[in-house]
Ligand binder design. Structure first.
Ligand code: BES
Ligand code: MN
Ligand code: ZN
Length: 499
């Protein structure tokens, strides 16, 4: 989909979307369109229930003297409640409404709305951003599509009062959208195509954005003593990998911030095998790694003035003659030993070594890990919030604010010694699942991770409920959401750039 920003003018074909505020408040472009078609907008507003509420749409086909095929009114809601996200939603919804409509060109009018809290340039950039995000499709494996299911829309043009300014504001957003798309592509990809080695190859492609990429294989990880991560991968025919990505956009000598991702390319559960129903979903058990990779792409793509490390632990959790068994004891890079009572609690084993390595090597200011870690977080929070677990209030507040601002909300969960005690093992330093009756599966998983955190501000985001969506949202079509990419980018932008 081509997304462009141009100076405002009346389009001569295609679909033109103009905004209407609550209580039928015409924006300047709606008024101009009304005038050009001899009052059809006002007439249309007299019949039907469209009032300009947020999320309402009204389509006028063949609008009289106007040469466009369809004139569309988009409800913007109350003037005083306008925010950047309002325009993203209109852009995203518009693209999805017309994607397979038979129309090829979509025009979104972004004029200066008097007294709007969002200035015209920002509104235009956000319309473009929303359109781009909402246009995402994963169609690469469709070889046959019925004509009426085929996407027809090929170009979106945002019509701005000052296109030069709007383009300038859109540029960094386009880089973030590229990161989001990369993550959605990686998370959507099936596990016969995307496995540790091929996912590492995808990471290597970030070098063209200026990211330094290193890939460690089993030999290097064995030398480092990563018995926890390697134990998870040992049942797979695919070699485990650990990828280190570095973006040095900040001043030399400033400690980096670090993001660590769970990259289980497929999680069968291992010998503690999962039931067949729904197991295919476990291709997206690498969504934490996917988000870290996309965030690195976004940050490098917009040349963020910060030093950022991204580390992803890539494995496939398979049952086989070489697989780890329930009861096996492994030694992690930290030196701590772990009794693996359930091979399906594998993400924490991967993160234990990936996080330890990250801290030891890079001494980051803080570390955030992202992981589709527990089914239990879906019980707690459903699909609306990701779980946030942290040893640091400031980092938690910053993450929560970043998530709120980007439509990727977090909810902080408690931690504490009483939960930690449930990980006591009779024969090793800890076991990888809590003892019977402990409950709180997401919290005990976070407690496990915290045992591998070494005096550094740390937060864990359990994204098992938010990485994949079964319903379309304006800027997040169903499927892989790329949850975390916008949030991490925003965290860096708001607190760790330029200083
Ligand atoms: N990848 C799963 C968690 C998951 C479940 C993600 C559903 C997305 C949707 C994780 O590796 C896992 O299997 N966790 C177990 C832990 C249990 C064995 C303590 C779980 O949540 O059941
Ligand atoms: Mn598992
Ligand atoms: Zn898993």
């Amino acid at each position: 989909m081509k997304i462009a920003i141009a100076d405002i003018s009346m389009p001569k074909a295609g679909v033109l979307v103009v905004g209407v505020l609550a209580e039928k408040g015409l924006t300047p472009s709606a008024r101009a369109a009304d005038k050009a078609c001899g009052g059809l907008v006002r007439r249309a507003l007299r019949s039907g229930r469209f009032t300009g509420e947020k999320g309402q749409w009204l389509e006028i086909l063949a609008p009289g003297k106007l040469r466009v095929a369809r004139l569309v009114l988009a409800g913007l809601g109350k003037l005083e409640k306008l925010e950047p996200a309002s325009f993203e939603a209109v852009g995203g919804d518009a693209v999805r409404r017309y994607a397979t409509s038979g129309e090829t060109d979509l025009f979104l009018a972004a004029d200066a709305i008097p007294k709007s809290p969002v200035d015209a340039g920002e509104a235009a950039a956000r319309l473009a951003y929303g359109a781009r995000l909402g246009s995402y499709r994963f169609d690469k494996y469709r070889t046959k599509q019925k004509p009426d299911e085929k996407p027809s829309l090929s170009s979106v043009t945002v019509l701005a009062e000052d296109s030069v300014n709007a383009k300038k504001l859109y540029k960094p957003l386009a880089a973030i959208a590229d990161g989001v798309f990369l993550t959605r592509d990686l998370v959507s990809e099936p596990a016969n195509i995307l496995y540790p080695a091929t996912l590492a190859d995808e990471c290597r492609k970030l070098t063209k954005l200026g990211v330094q990429v290193e890939v460690l294989g089993v030999a290097e990880m064995t030398k480092l003593g990563m018995g926890a991560l390697l134990g998870v991968g040992q049942g797979s025919a695919r070699e485990s990998k650990l990828v280190v990505m570095r973006w040095n956009g900040g001043k030399a000598g400033i400690a980096p911030v670090a993001f660590v991702g769970k990259g289980v390319c497929f999680d069968t559960g291992g010998i503690s095998i999962k039931p067949a129903g729904g197991m295919e979903e476990m291709k997206w058990d690498m969504a934490g790694a996917g988000a870290v990779i996309g965030a690195m792409a976004a940050l490098a793509g917009r040349k963020a003035a910060a030093n950022v490390i991204g580390v992803v632990g890539l494995v496939e959790n398979m049952p086989s003659g070489t697989a780890q068994r329930p009861g096996d004891v492994v030694k992690s890079m930290s030196g701590q030993t772990i009794e693996v009572l359930n091979t399906d609690a594998e993400g924490r084993l991967v993160l234990a070594d990936a996080m330890w390595y990250t801290q030891q090597r890079f001494r980051p200011q803080f570390m955030v890990d992202l992981a589709t870690l527990t089914g239990a977080i879906i019980i707690s929070l459903g699909h609306e919030h990701a779980g946030l677990f942290s040893n640091n209030d400031e980092l938690s507040e910053r993450l929560t604010a970043a998530g709120k601002g980007e439509g990727e909300p977090l909810w902080r969960m408690p931690m504490g010694d009483a939960y930690d005690r449930s990980l006591k093992s009779p024969i090793a330093d800890m076991q990888n699942i809590a003892g019977p009756g402990a409950g709180a599966g997401s919290i005990t998983a976070a407690q496990f991770l915290q045992r591998f955190v070494n005096n550094v501000p740390w937060a864990h985001l359990d994204i098992a409920g938010t990485a994949w969506s079964k319903a379309d949202k304006p800027t997040v079509p169903k499927g892989a959401t790329a949850f975390g990419v916008r949030l991490l980018d925003r965290l860096v932008r708001d607190h760790y750039e330029g200083a």
